[in-house]
Write a protein that binds this ligand. Structure first.
Ligand SMILES: Nc1ncnc2c1ncn2[C@@H]1O[C@H](COP(=O)(O)OP(=O)(O)OP(=O)(O)O)[C@@H](O)[C@H]1O
Length: 857
């Protein structure tokens, strides 16, 4: 084995504990990386790879980043899903015997970071954990280190339920025990690509025991303890901002599985995976980062208790009907900084004076906010107003202590106000007096020497000096000043008195900078005591923000307050798809009604491609979700049941990740809906069965519809291309046909996007293909084939037809060659020939022509 230098040995020792992270090893002004870390980091960060001697036989690969700009490199690695261990010198090099002691002071990971580009201000940054109690019982929890929130629940069900919760949380990192089955670990990696981290310690530590007070099941406590142990171990600092852990039950909320959530594009679009184009994007009229995060949480978990929904609705109404107050509230909210994350940074110790000024400004908005909310004259709103805590003590302290525009750095002074601290004022006086003395000196020396251009200057190396230009040097007496530095055009001098003052000034300045830092830390510690109050305030402010946001969107987009039916009735008049409506120009969107009750549990939707079937189905689901998060809905009148669950099978864009065939995913999702839906659920099935052969698909589609009809009774919107299925209306009492209308004008299809009763009479697929500009010869050919199919069908119908489609027997399809138009013309010609009237020559010629025509067909 190579005998490395002591420093490299130290590196290897530290690195051994952080195998899965890049080790940023502090050497002077750089963080250096060695060996494999260096090879990998030089590629990932596009930095130069060098090497150094390290005692071994070969040179050691090395690369490094400057200490002062390290954060941007760290962020880049974290964004790519890596972890970074920060290893600092932990003793003064002057006192070190041998190699300076170094330790990892913080592990930065995708789920545990306090600042940086990877953090989106309107999104939580969750780190999750789970414990496996037995095959069908799991503990699942998650925290946001930036805000200090944590939640935990017990899940009774199979691993799919667990995977679904993980997916819904959107966690960037999952902390698990190394004993977690390999297959489950792989599934998590495949499906979510999040970083996995390991922590074995489940014992509850005293440092956070008090945060578990609300957890009445030890399983909940041990689950979240694993996560806290990981955070305490890797962060190595105060986590005083962690809040009391909130238990939750998934049954308290509308259940929308991860895939349905994606299909409905609730928080991101399927294609771009971005927020733009999602329901969240449409709704986001929040003014604060905290409000933005809460909005996303509300969309992720719609309510199912009528009283809770109605409470939100009535607040939204109060905000909506008070236009001017709402505008004022919105204005005030714009001035409110991210109190939640700020509280986290105060605890973490990385808050600066500018943050504190922003905290002060935010808190200064609270009294006016309180006042305006009281003017809504609404009981619930009044309760919100009462909970707004202006934390006057902090405002007062910050007002007295910190200057209005402090610098970014907290180590260079100029942060603390005059008059805040006597000793600091003394130092400042000393320094100011010294400077006045120097200004005075300049004046006196000019008079004394008669040199008008004589000046007193300062630089870091020589301190204060008197500068005289070369041309004026002759005016100085011999030995008047002590020569210090010669420049091309001037000489610089000092005097003992100047140096004496300089010492006083510099000493005072140094002392005041030190003192300012201490005072700032004191202020920060004081603010730390207020973290729980700030967090409470943040919660109330974010709630107000989301409620005003609902009111704003509802007003701007003309939404109505839905009422809730205990009779499981859906009545939507002039319903619109909120997002499609927004991206379309005004008035272009065609509103549609939807009526469903106990007699109309299933709507079978037919209509041409592109006519708006999916849009219609989605708009019903989105309205249900909007209603259950407490927002108003895009319709002129709306009554809805409270749905316990929403299931969808729409589109196929998202199936690639799981590595299953589209059809398999389609069936898995259908199964998921069928086995979990109740009569209080909403099911959207968009062209189920399309992924297999026509007859298979049709058979499955029909069987699924029958099953839902006979055994579940969930409200179901089922769109299909199989016109044959429309006869089901005759047999299934609660199924009704509706269609999206289209008309044909001059051989082209015009979509009306209007939902009408009854089945569509025609499919317009080829017209749509024409719209998509497929070659005209191809379109012509498709029309021909269609024509043939239709003739063929007509012939088949002439045979005795069964009233129901035969589902499980292979239907008899006559083998018939399909003829091209040329062939058809040739046949027609043969039919028309009167052979008896032909000469042999004429017959030969005709045969030749027919052969020629058919040869190229
Ligand atoms: N009510 C409406 N008003 C105006 N435009 C609409 C409406 N509904 C849908 N559209 C427009 O029609 C397009 C096609 O809609 P959608 O995807 O819902 O059709 P589809 O019938 O489900 O089609 P396919 O059968 O091919 O999946 C949408 O992108 C939208 O631009």
């Amino acid at each position: 084995m190579a005998t490395y230098t002591p420093m490299i040995q130290q590196y290897l020792q530290v690195k051994a504990d952080y195998q899965d992270a890049f080790l940023f090893f502090r050497l002077g002004d750089f963080y250096e990386m060695f060996f494999d870390d260096a090879l990998k980091a030089s590629v990932e960060l596009e930095i130069t790879l060098t090497s150094r001697e390290g005692g071994g036989e070969e040179r050691i690969p090395m690369c490094g980043v400057p200490y002062h700009s390290a954060s941007q490199y760290i962020e880049r690695l974290i964004e790519k899903g890596y972890k970074v261990a920060i290893c600092e010198q932990t003793e003064d090099p002057k006192q070190a015997k041998g190699v300076v002691k170094r330790e990892v002071v913080q592990l930065i990971t995708p789920g545990a970071m306090m600042e940086g580009r990877g953090l989106s201000e309107k999104e939580n940054n969750y780190i999750a954990t789970f414990s496996i109690f037995d095959q069908e019982s799991f503990g699942f929890g998650y925290s946001d280190l930036t805000t200090g929130e944590s939640k935990v629940t017990l899940l009774e069900g199979d691993t799919e339920l667990l995977l679904n919760e993980i997916a819904l949380s959107g966690a960037k990192e999952i902390v698990i025990s190394a004993t977690t089955p390999e297959s489950l670990q792989n599934k998590i990696r495949e499906r979510f690509g999040g970083t996995l981290s390991f922590e074995e310690k489940e014992e509850i530590s005293g440092s956070y025991q008090h945060l578990l007070n609300k957890l009445n099941d030890p399983k909940l406590s041990t689950t979240i303890a694993r996560l806290f142990n990981y955070l305490y171990r890797t962060q190595n600092r105060s986590l005083d901002h962690l809040q009391i852990v909130a238990p939750y039950e998934i049954q308290q909320f509308m259940k929308i599985d991860y895939y349905s959530k994606r299909n409905l594009e609730l928080t991101e679009t399927i294609r771009s995976k971005g927020k733009k184009g999602s329901l969240l994007w449409l709704l986001d009229e929040t003014k604060t980062a905290m409000g933005g995060r809460l909005l996303k949480q509300w969309i992720d978990r719609p309510l199912i208790q009528k009283k809770d929904i109605v409470r939100r609705q009535s607040l939204v109404e109060a905000f909506l009907t008070h236009y001017f107050e709402r505008q004022e509230i919105r204005e005030k909210l714009t001035e409110v900084y991210d109190l939640e994350r700020l509280a986290g940074r105060v605890a973490f110790g990385n808050v600066n004076a500018r943050d504190l000024i922003q905290l002060k400004r935010s808190l200064q908005q609270i009294p006016a906010l309180k006042e305006t909310i009281s003017q809504l004259y609404h009981d619930e709103a009044e309760r919100l107003a009462e909970r707004l805590d202006p934390c006057e003590e902090i405002v007062d302290l910050l007002e007295r202590a910190i200057v209005d525009t402090p610098p970014l750095s907290i180590k260079d002074g100029n942060l603390i106000r005059d008059g805040y601290h006597e000793e600091l004022d003394k130092y400042r006086d000393a320094s100011r007096n010294g400077k006045t003395w120097i200004a005075q000196l300049e004046k006196e020396e000019r008079e004394k020497t008669g040199i008008k251009s004589l000046k007193v200057g300062y630089n870091r190396v020589f301190g204060y000096y008197i500068e005289v230009t070369r041309a004026n040097l002759h005016l100085l007496k011999e030995g008047q000043y002590e020569r210090k530095q010669t420049l091309t055009n001037a000489e610089r001098f000092i005097t003992p008195a100047l140096k004496e003052k300089e010492a006083l000034i510099l000493q005072a300045e140094e002392k005041s900078v030190e003192l300012e830092y201490d005072l700032f830390t004191e202020v920060r510690e004081y603010v730390k005591e207020y973290i729980p109050r700030l967090q409470e305030l943040a919660k109330t402010v974010s709630k107000i923000d989301v409620l005003q946001c609902f009111a704003t969107v509802s007003e701007e987009r003309h939404y109505v307050k839905p009422s809730f039916s205990n009779e499981r009735v859906i009545l939507l008049k002039d319903g619109r798809h909120p997002v499609v409506e927004k991206v379309m120009k005004a008035q272009e969107y065609v509103p549609n009604d939807c009526y469903m009750d106990r007699e109309r549990e299933i709507l079978l939707i037919t209509g041409p491609n592109m006519s708006g079937k999916s849009t219609y189905m989605r708009q019903v689901a989105l309205m249900a979700i909007l209603a259950q998060i407490g927002c108003f809905v895009p319709a002129s009148e709306a009554t809805l049941p409270i749905f316990d669950q929403v299931f969808t099978r729409i589109g196929a864009a998202d199936d690639l990740i799981s590595g299953q065939s589209t059809f398999m995913v389609e069936m898995l999702e259908a199964n998921n809906a069928i086995s979990n839906a109740t009569e209080n659920s909403l099911i959207l099935f968009d062209e189920i069965g399309r992924g297999t052969s026509t007859y298979d698909g049709m058979a499955l589609a029909q069987a699924i519809i029958e099953y839902i009809h006979d055994h579940i009774g969930a409200k179901t919107l089922f769109s299909t291309h199989y016109h044959e299925l429309t006869i089901l209306e005759n047999e299934l009492k609660q199924l009704k046909n509706v269609h999206v209308s289209a008309v044909e004008q001059n051989g082209k299809v015009v979509f009306l996007h209007k939902i009408k009763e009854g089945a569509a009479d025609k499919s317009y697929g080829i017209h749509v293909a024409q719209l998509a500009n497929l070659p005209s010869s191809l379109i012509e050919r498709a029309n021909e084939i269609l024509h043939n199919f239709e003739n063929q069908e007509a012939e088949e119908v002439e045979q005795p037809a069964s009233t129901q489609l035969s589902l499980f027997e292979e239907p008899v399809v006559k083998e018939k060659p399909l003829l091209s138009s040329k062939e058809k013309r040739a046949l027609e010609r043969i039919k028309e020939i009167d052979i008896l009237e032909m000469t042999p020559m004429h017959a030969m010629n005709t045969l030749y022509e027919l052969h020629k025509a058919l040869k190229n067909s």
